[in-house]
Write a protein that binds this ligand. Structure first.
Ligand SMILES: [Zn+2]
Length: 294
């Protein structure tokens, strides 16, 4: 019995150290990517190309990476350890050594718009055991509260993207409070949970946006990798290829990827997530990221 336990422990240790050795040496933090932290950011900024796209890490033992095999609804899952934080360039960074660095945060902005599109996106997320933050606008939630509930009931976290999708940085504090707090209240009324993530429209919240977000226990973020899906249109050919190229050219450990609830993004998502997995990335559970409300 004792020998068996020792053998199991030894095997586990060996596995863990093998996995650690596969991790990239450092997360891409700060330095060349500080432009992403700027309010003038529009997501099309160039960021360093992926230095480690051939990574082979496929292990699935890290608890902070999404594992929804036990429950379909995150709301019913026990509290998840806060093992990551965002750096100044809004990349996801582990809090300590030994936590997987080669992770990606997926986000979808500007919904909720359509049940079919939302279901298609979440079907694909489920297929890849991934979670994403859905940053919603209040005026859309007011039109379709049932779509907000759909996102929540399917176990995906909801973020606050302001009421009107206006540029907030030059607005009064009272106006910014209204833009953010009305969404907090509406989401809480519909789902039972107020958002803990805030993304200012157009990446431009300014000091006032940061302040009001913090007062509401919200983690303020723009993004570090823009999919540029918002620059595409219906008649444009090969949108999936373009989206994959846009993302993979900017990809780095901790990438905070901005996408939108758009039909071509829903269409491209399975190919994109497959490509990211092939490159050795895993999808971080947004609930494992530290927020001011903690
Ligand atoms: Zn937006």
């Amino acid at each position: 019995m004792g020998t068996k336990t020792a053998a199991i422990l030894l095997t586990a240790c060996l596995l863990l150290s093998a996995c650690s050795a596969n991790k990239p040496e450092s997360a891409a933090t700060g330095n060349n990517q500080t432009s992403a932290a700027s309010d003038t950011s529009n997501g099309s900024q160039t960021v360093p190309k992926d230095h480690n796209s051939a990574g082979k890490t496929t292990a699935q033992h890290d608890k902070s990476v999404v594992d929804n095999s036990k429950s379909e609804n995150s709301a019913t899952v026990a509290a998840i350890n806060k093992t990551y934080h965002l750096d100044k360039a809004y990349n996801v960074v582990p809090n300590q050594e030994g936590v997987e660095k080669k992770v990606i945060l997926l986000t979808f902005d500007d919904g909720p718009k359509e049940a079919a599109m939302i279901n298609k996106i979440i079907d694909t997320l489920d297929k890849h055991k991934a979670k994403a933050i859905f940053f919603v606008n209040g005026y859309r939630v007011k039109e379709h509260p049932e779509l907000l509930k759909l996102i929540h009931d399917r176990g995906q976290p909801i973020g606050n993207h302001s009421w009107d999708h206006i540029v907030l940085k030059n607005k009064s504090e009272a106006e910014v409070k209204k833009q953010i707090e009305t969404v907090q209240k509406m989401v809480k009324d519909i789902t039972g949970q107020a958002p803990v993530f805030f993304r200012p429209p157009h990446g431009a919240g300014g000091d006032v946006g940061r302040k009001v977000a913090k007062e509401n226990g919200l983690l303020y973020m723009t993004w570090s990798v823009g999919s540029l899906d918002w620059t595409m249109n219906k008649s444009q050919p090969n949108k999936t290829d373009a989206l994959l190229k846009n993302v993979t050219e900017q990809l780095h450990p901790g990438s905070n990827i901005l996408m939108h609830e758009l039909p071509w993004t829903a269409e491209a998502l399975d190919s994109l997530l497959t490509r990211l997995e092939q490159k050795g990335y895993r999808f971080v559970d947004p609930q494992s990221i530290e927020v001011p409300a903690d």
